[in-house]
Write a protein that binds this ligand. Structure first.
Ligand SMILES: Nc1ncnc2c1ncn2[C@@H]1O[C@H](COP(=O)(O)OP(=O)(O)OP(=O)(O)O)[C@@H](O)[C@H]1O
Ligand SMILES: [Mg+2]
Length: 406
């Protein structure tokens, strides 16, 4: 087993060169000769160059990049369908290169399953035989493997189709079979190479939902290749972006969106619907003014320390509501010893994990930035129209801009 401090999957200084004598051209590669020139001058294709990655267990790790950028080449190293020219791949502490043929076979059968773009089903076997195939090669007795296959077929919503042949199913159904087949082996790592790319948008979206739902239960380590940024943002816990065989950026989805490393990544993210991709948490600012005093007088003093027109009223139980400066001043002119509670407006908070799209109308309607309140009732930040606009329009890349006053 891997050391707890180590990533579940590690890729270390991985190079892959295709051609007649890859080792011979490695000095040129190390000297930085680019992909086009290497091909022109030596007839070798640079598949991957100095890739270093850590992938956490139980997460969905998305790999993106233009066609030919090396995505498939990279994940085929994980189950050693491709041998590296240089570098190491460690999976759960195992150096995959060190496996002998028998160990490799067992590793592929038990630890890693693949879901392909074109489904890769066996046309002359029924759905249930396709799904149970991985268990058959593992040597599981027939009755047992069919039972298990039936359960997975049910899980992906294909009960009743057990005896059909792949050609009798729609693309989406065939891909469900592909998914059931991968899950049926109990492999803890799933490699999905453009698994949903051949599907219609609606079916594709359903498959994404299903994968998210399954993942909540199964916590597999999933390496998911896609061209589609919306898909990447929806599924990925982390996203890596490849360009011409090199890793240009790796990070959480919002990091990629808000801080693209270069023009290439920028080009990927520019058309994305940010409102649907970013959460409140990623664009909120720290609350400008917290009020904790019991009396109107105390509250006013705390308000004076800030320049804003409003404050958030906090007790030991957490966020209670908002206090408007003018309401507070008016109350103070009448009776400053009154309880601050009396001027609190019960403005409900928005959740840090809500999508911007969901909170957009309320934020636009509100007189003051909305309080961001977590599940335990604590105030985490404030969401102003200005920070929303910034995130939606410019990508929110302005460091530490002032919270807006209304
Ligand atoms: N067997 C091979 N022989 C020679 N070159 C190869 C081989 N496999 C891949 N390559 C080259 O390696 C590079 C990366 O290819 P790869 O298939 O990994 O790209 P990809 O990102 O998966 O692209 P796509 O999105 O089109 O699937 C390409 O330039 C490709 O031509
Ligand atoms: Mg590919």
């Amino acid at each position: 087993m891997a050391n707890k401090d180590q990533a579940f999957i590690r890729v270390e200084a991985l190079y892959k060169v295709f051609g007649p004598d890859p080792r011979k051209v490695m000095p040129q590669v190390h000297q930085g000769m680019d992909k086009d020139r290497l091909l022109r001058e030596t007839g070798h294709a640079l598949g991957l160059k100095d890739i270093n990655l850590s992938i956490d267990q139980g997460r969905i790790f998305v790999i993106m990049g233009l066609s030919g950028s090396g995505k498939s080449t990279l994940i085929r190293h994980f189950n050693r369908l491709i041998e590296p020219t240089e570098g190491r791949i460690l999976i759960d502490g195992i150096d995959v290169r060190s496996l002998n043929e028998k160990q490799l076979l067992a590793f592929r059968r038990q630890r890693i399953a693949m879901v392909f773009q074109r489904f890769g089903l066996m046309p002359h076997r029924t759905v249930i035989e396709n799904v149970a195939y991985g268990l058959q090669v593992q040597g599981m007795p027939r009755a047992q493997r069919l039972q298990k296959a039936r359960e997975w077929i049910d899980t992906v919503g294909l009960s009743g189709y057990e005896q059909q042949y792949p050609s009798q199913l729609s693309g989406g159904q065939q891909q469900r079979v592909g998914l059931a087949r991968a899950l049926c082996t109990d492999a803890d790592i799933l490699l999905m190479d453009e698994a949903f790319s051949a599907l219609d948008p609606l079916i594709r979206s359903e498959m994404q939902d299903q994968l998210i739902e399954l993942q909540e239960r199964l916590h597999k380590t999933i390496i998911f290749i896609t061209h589609d940024l919306d898909e990447a943002l929806r599924l990925g816990d982390r996203i890596a972006i490849l360009r011409d065989g090199e890793l240009v950026q790796e990070g959480a989805p919002e990091e990629i969106l808000l801080h693209p490393a270069d023009d290439y990544v920028e080009a990927f993210v520019k058309d994305v619907n940010r409102a649907r991709a970013l959460t409140v948490e990623t664009v909120m600012k720290p609350p400008a003014c917290r009020i904790t005093a019991d009396t109107v007088e105390g509250a006013l003093r705390q308000m004076h320390d800030s320049t804003g027109r409003y404050g958030y009223y906090i007790t030991e139980q957490g966020y209670q509501g908002m206090i408007d400066r003018s309401a507070l001043e008016q109350a103070a002119s009448q009776d400053a010893s009154r309880s601050a509670n009396e001027v609190v407006e019960e403005i409900p908070g928005v959740r840090p994990d809500a999508l911007i799209e969901e909170v957009l109308p309320d934020t636009l309607d509100a007189h003051h930035p909305l309080p961001v309140v977590d599940a335990s009732g604590q105030l985490q930040g404030e969401l102003s129209r200005a920070s929303l606009a910034e995130a939606l329009v410019t990508g929110g890349d302005e460091p530490d801009s002032e919270p807006t006053r209304h």
